[in-house]
Write a protein that binds this ligand. Structure first.
Ligand code: SAH
Length: 558
C-alpha cells in the first residue's frame, strides 16, 4: 500500500567537478544530492557503494540523476532492468551541465525532467523519444492535474501524429495548446479534455482535468458510495476528483482511507469548511465542489499523518526491502533506538528522534503524536519490526488510546529477521519446524522463559535464541543451556551467528555439549539444531548446516 504520488529525485555526483551541477540539478527538480564518499563533499548525503545506492533509489521508484558519463549510469542500472512500466526516470548529466540525457523512464516523465534540468543549467536535453522531441510532451504522461483515461491508445495516437496527422483539441488544457503538437480545428486526432464521464474518442485521447474536490464530513465507506452515486448522476468522471478532504478530528475509517489510496486520490485534513469552487452537490456528510482549473492537493489543509513501522533488516542494504526503503525515504521523521537510526540511509531534511533502548512504548506514543500533527513517521527496528521489535510497541500504544489519534494511518512493513539472515548464511537450519525464544527477562519472568525452553527442547524444535546475553546479563544463557542440555543430546548441532551482515560478522559451529557461553554477546543469535539438523563440508572448504524437510527417508531406508 503506497500512497505517495511522487518519490523525490536523487542526484548522484561521482566527482568534485560535478558537485555544483548536482546541486543545481537537484534544485531544479526538488530533489536531494549525494556524493561519492572520499571524492565529493558538501552534498546532502554520501554514498560508498554506488551500485547499492543506485539500486536502492531505483527500487524505491525515485527519479535518478547521475552527474557522470552515461556509460557509468548504464552499467549501474543494467542489472535492475525488468519492467518498462515500473522503471523510474534515469538521466545522465555532464559535469559541466551542458548535456542532459534521459536514458530510461520516458513513460515516467524522464523527457520532461530532462527539459526542466537543461533549462535550469543552460544546457541541452538530448531527447531521443520521437514524440517528446517533436511535440515537447509525452501524451502518456500529462502534467499534474490531468489524467489520461485511455493510456492504451497513447502510443498509436503519438505514431499517427508523428506520421503527419493533426490534433483537434477540445476543452481546456493550456499544456496541450502550448505544445508543439500540429494543431488544427479539423484535425483527425481528437484530444478531448473534460471532467465529464464520456467514452474515449475512437481516434484520439481523453484527458480528465482534476477539477473536483469532495469534502467528506463523514469520512467512511457509506459516504464514499454516496459520492460515487452523486458523481454518476452528475455524469462526471471519478478520475476528475483531484483531492478528498476530511475535517480535523473526524475519525477516518481505514477502509475509506484504503479505498482512496487504491484510487490514487490524495486525502487532506482541513480545519475549515471549504467555501471555494462551485458546490455542485451537497448532502449530509458530503459536498462536491467544482473548480474552474485542476486543483493542487497541497493547497488544501494538511496531509494526514502516518506511522509506518519499518524493519531495517539485519544490516546490509540488500536486506532492506524496497517497501521499507520507500517508507524511510518518504518519512519526514524517523523514530527509533539511536544505533538503528544510524543504520537508516541518510536523507536531507529528515528529522531523527533517537532514544534509549528501553522506552519502546513512549517512543511509539511519540511517533503517533507526531503523525497526529500530520507528520509522515517511520518507526525503525532492526531485522523485522514484528519480531522482538517496535511493531508490538506501536500496537500497544495504539490500543491504549483508541480515539486519541483519529486521522493517523498505521502501517507495518515486514523485514528480514536476524534468524532468516543467519539461516541463509549457514544453509537451511530453519528448514523444518522451529521455535524462537528471547532470553531477555526484562519484560518477561524467567520462569516463563525456562518453561518455554524446556517445552521447545522436548518438542525437538530447532530453537533460535534472541537476546541471549549482554555484557551484564550473562546468567540467562548459562541457565538456558542447563535446561537444553538436560533434554537434548550433547552432539546436537549449534550455530552462533554474530553480527550477521554487519562488520564483525562471524559464525561458530559447535555442539550443545561443547558450546562456550563466553563466545555469545548481544549481537549473537544462537541457533540450536533439532535432532535431525546436520552439517556437511564441501570440497571448497565450506561447511553447511541444514535441517532436512523430510522425516520419511528413515523409513525408506535412508
Ligand atoms: N527485530 C530483530 C530482533 C531484535 S532483538 C530481528 O527481527 O532480527 C535483538 C537480538 O536480535 C540480538 O540480541 C540478537 O540476538 C539478534 N540480532 C539482531 N541483529 C542481529 C545480527 N545482525 N546478527 C546476529 N543477531 C542479531
Amino acid at each position: 500500500m503506497t500512497r505517495d504520488a511522487a518519490p523525490r529525485p536523487i542526484v548522484f555526483a561521482f566527482n568534485a567537478s560535478g558537485a555544483e551541477t548536482a546541486r543545481r540539478t537537484a534544485a531544479a527538480v526538488g530533489g536531494e544530492t549525494a556524493g561519492l564518499a572520499g571524492r565529493v563533499a558538501d552534498l546532502d548525503g554520501v554514498f560508498e557503494d554506488a551500485a547499492g545506492a543506485v539500486a536502492e533509489a531505483f527500487r524505491a521508484g525515485r527519479p535518478i540523476f547521475g552527474v557522470c558519463a552515461a556509460g557509468i549510469l548504464i552499467r549501474l542500472i543494467a542489472p535492475l532492468l525488468r519492467d518498462k512500466q515500473a522503471e523510474p526516470p534515469v538521466l545522465a548529466v555532464s559535469d559541466d551541465g551542458s548535456s542532459v540525457v534521459p536514458l530510461l523512464g520516458g513513460l515516467a516523465g524522464a523527457d520532461v525532467l530532462a527539459r526542466t534540468v537543461a533549462a535550469a543549467l543552460g544546457g541541452a536535453a538530448a531527447i531521443t523519444g520521437a514524440g517528446a522531441r517533436r511535440f515537447g510532451l509525452v501524451l502518456e504522461t500529462p502534467p499534474a492535474g490531468y489524467v489520461l483515461a485511455n493510456p492504451q491508445d497513447a502510443k498509436r495516437v503519438t505514431s499517427d501524429l508523428l506520421a503527419g496527422a493533426r490534433a483537434r483539441i477540445e476543452g481546456e488544457a493550456p499544456w496541450l495548446r502550448a505544445s508543439d503538437l500540429p494543431q488544427d480545428g479539423d484535425g483527425a486526432v481528437l484530444l478531448r479534455v473534460t471532467a465529464e464521464e464520456v467514452p474515449a474518442p475512437a481516434d484520439g485521447l481523453l484527458f480528465h482535468p482534476q477539477v473536483l474536490v469532495a469534502a467528506f464530513d463523514r469520512p467512511d465507506m457509506a459516504t464514499l458510495e454516496a459520492f460515487d452515486a452523486a458523481l454518476a448522476r452528475l455524469a462526471l468522471a471519478p478520475a476528475a476528483l483531484g483531492v478528498a478532504l476530511a475535517p480535523e478530528g473526524a475519525p477516518l475509517h481505514h477502509l475509506f482511507v484504503e479505498a482512496l489510496i487504491a484510487r490514487g486520490v490524495p486525502l487532506r485534513i482541513v480545519e475549515q469548511r471549504l467555501e471555494d469552487g462551485e458546490t455542485i452537490h451537497a448532502e449530509p456528510g458530503l459536498r462536491i465542489h467544482h473548480f474552474s482549473a485542476p486543483v493542487a492537493p497541497e493547497d488544501f489543509g494538511r496531509a494526514p499523518g502516518r506511522v509506518t513501522v519499518v524493519g531495517l533488516g539485519p544490516g546490509p542494504r540488500g536486506w532492506l526491502t524496497p517497501d521499507a526503503a520507500a517508507a524511510l525515504d518518504r518519512a519526514s521523521d524517523l523514530v527509533g533506538y539511536e544505533p538503528y537510526l544510524a543504520m537508516a540511509p541518510e536523507r536531507a531534511g529528515q528529522r531523527r528522534h533517537g532514544s534509549d533502548n528501553r522506552v519502546e512504548v513512549e517512543r511509539a506514543q511519540a511517533a503517533l503524536t507526531l503523525a497526529a500533527q500530520g507528520r509522515e513517521v517511520a518507526v525503525v527496528s532492526s531485522g523485522d519490526a514484528g519480531v522482538f521489535g517496535m511493531a508490538a510497541a506501536v500496537m500497544e500504544a495504539l490500543e491504549a488510546a483508541p480515539a486519541g489519534w483519529p486521522s493517523v494511518a498505521v502501517e507495518v512493513t515486514p523485514g528480514v529477521s536476524a534468524m532468516q539472515a543467519a539461516a541463509a548464511r549457514l544453509g537451511a537450519p530453519l528448514g523444518h519446524d522451529f521455535a524462537t525464544i528471547s532470553l531477555s527477562d526484562y519484560l518477561k519472568p524467567w520462569e516463563i522463559i525456562a518453561q518455554r525452553l524446556a517445552t521447545a527442547a522436548e518438542g525437538d524444535f530447532v530453537i533460535a535464541l534472541y537476546n541471549p546475553a549482554s555484557k551484564t546479563r550473562r546468567e540467562q544463557l548459562v541457565r538456558a543451556l542447563d535446561i537444553l542440555r538436560a533434554r537434548r543430546a550433547p552432539e546436537t548441532l549449534v550455530a552462533l551467528a554474530r553480527s550477521v551482515g554487519r562488520r564483525g560478522e562471524g559464525f561458530t559451529l559447535t555442539t550443545l555439549g561443547e558450546l562456550d557461553p563466553e563466545l555469545v554477546d548481544m549481537r549473537t543469535l544462537v541457533l540450536i539444531g533439532s535432532s535431525r539438523t546436520r552439517a556437511f563440508a564441501r570440497a571448497d572448504g565450506k561447511t553447511w548446516l541444514y535441517t532436512p524437510r523430510s522425516y520419511l527417508d528413515d523409513e525408506a531406508g535412508g
